[in-house]
Design a protein around this ligand. Structure first.
Ligand SMILES: Nc1ncnc2c1ncn2[C@@H]1O[C@H](COP(=O)(O)OP(=O)(O)O)[C@@H](O)[C@H]1O
Ligand SMILES: [Mg+2]
Length: 291
C-alpha cells in the first residue's frame, strides 16, 4: 500500500488540485482501491466528494455529513453522532470512510474545528502523540487490506498535523508554482523530508517523488526560468511533467462540475492528456522505489 502525502506549506500552489488528480487517476483510470484523506481544516478536498456541512464551532469551518451507514435507532450506533472524520484519530474516535460517486474511491473527510485543535497542541507529550496517530491508523489491518493507495491532502503549514502525515507517508509529492514564494515552500518541505529520513528505520524509507510544477505558464519566461534553475539545482527531484495554468482545472473545482472528473473528459482533451502523463511519471517514480 502506497501512502502519498501532498505537501507544501505555501497555500494556493495546487495541493488540493493534485490530491484530486491522483485520487481520481488511481481510482478511475487504474481501477485501484483508493482512500482520500483530507487533513486540511479548510476541507476543500472533502468538499469535492461529500456535501460537507457548516461547523457549529467555527463559522467558516466544515464538518462531514451524517454517514449513510448511521442508524440513530440502532444500539450499535449509540456511541457516535453519525459523523466521522479523519480528525477522529486525534481524539480516540473510530474513522468510517465515506463512499463517493467513484466506486473504488472512499474519503476520510476533514473536520475543521477538530483538526485546528490537533494543530494547536503545544504540550510536548501531546505533540508527540499527534505525530504518531496517522501512522497508527494506517497500520490497522482493516485499512491496509482495504486500499491500494492512500492520498493525503495537507494544510499549508509545517505544524503537528502535517508532521503526522509525513511520518505516515511512503511517498512525498510537492506541488508548486514556479515563482519565488512557493519555491521557498519547496525548500522547507525538502528540509522536512531530510529530517524525517534521518529518523526512519532503514526498512521504512520515505521516497521523495519530487516537485510537480503547477499553474505553469508556457508562454512567459518567468516560470520557465525558475523551472530550469530548480531542475539544475536538484535534477533528481523536479518532474519533467508540468500542469499548465488552465481554466478547466478551476472549473472542475466547482460544485456540480460536469463531468465531475478530469478523467471523464474526452481522451483527446489536452488538459486530460497533460494530467495523465503527470500521473504516469509520478507512478513510475513511485514504483522505481521500493518501500
Ligand atoms: N493548473 C491550474 N490552473 C488553473 N487553476 C488552478 C490550477 N491549479 C489550481 N488552480 C486553482 O487555484 C486555486 C488553488 O489551488 P489549490 O489546489 O486549492 O491549492 P492549495 O491546496 O495548495 O491551497 C484553486 O481555486 C484551484 O482551482
Ligand atoms: Mg488545499
Amino acid at each position: 500500500m502506497k501512502i502519498i502525502a501532498i505537501v507544501n506549506n505555501k497555500g494556493g500552489v495546487g495541493k488540493t488540485t493534485t490530491s484530486r488528480i491522483l485520487a481520481e487517476y488511481f481510482s478511475i483510470v487504474k481501477n485501484e482501491r483508493v482512500l482520500a484523506i483530507d487533513m486540511d481544516p479548510q476541507a476543500n478536498f472533502s468538499n469535492r466528494y461529500l456535501k460537507m456541512e457548516i461547523d457549529p464551532y467555527q463559522q467558516e469551518g466544515r464538518i462531514p455529513p451524517i454517514h449513510t451507514n448511521y442508524n440513530p435507532e440502532s444500539p450499535e450506533d449509540s456511541d457516535w453522532d453519525g459523523r466521522s472524520s479523519i480528525a477522529g484519530i486525534f481524539f480516540g474516535e473510530m474513522v468510517f470512510p465515506y463512499s463517493t460517486y467513484i466506486n473504488t474511491l472512499e474519503v476520510a473527510p476533514s473536520h475543521s474545528s477538530k483538526l485546528l485543535l490537533a494543530e494547536a497542541v503545544t504540550r510536548e507529550e501531546v505533540v508527540q502523540k499527534v505525530y504518531d496517530q496517522l501512522s497508527k491508523f494506517l497500520e490497522l489491518d482493516d485499512v491496509k487490506n482495504s486500499y491500494d493507495k492512500i492520498i493525503i491532502d495537507t494544510p499549508p503549514s509545517k505544524g503537528p498535523v502535517t508532521i503526522s502525515v509525513v511520518r505516515a507517508a511512503t511517498d512525498l509529492l510537492i506541488p508548486s508554482i514556479m515563482e519565488p514564494q512557493p519555491i521557498e515552500g519547496i525548500y522547507g518541505m525538502i528540509h522536512l523530508w531530510k529530517s524525517e529520513t534521518l529518523r526512519r528505520p532503514e526498512n521504512r524509507p520515505l521516497n521523495l517523488i519530487g516537485v510537480l510544477p503547477n499553474s505553469f505558464d508556457r508562454r512567459g519566461i518567468i516560470h520557465k526560468d525558475h523551472y530550469d534553475s530548480l531542475k539544475q539545482e536538484m535534477p533528481d527531484y523536479v518532474l519533467d511533467s508540468r500542469i499548465g495554468r488552465r481554466l478547466i482545472y478551476a472549473e472542475a473545482d466547482a460544485d456540480g462540475a460536469v463531468p465531475p472528473s478530469i478523467f471523464m473528459y474526452p481522451e483527446k482533451n489536452p488538459a486530460r492528456q497533460e494530467v495523465v502523463s503527470a500521473c504516469q511519471e509520478i507512478e513510475e517514480r513511485m514504483n522505481a522505489y521500493v518501500n
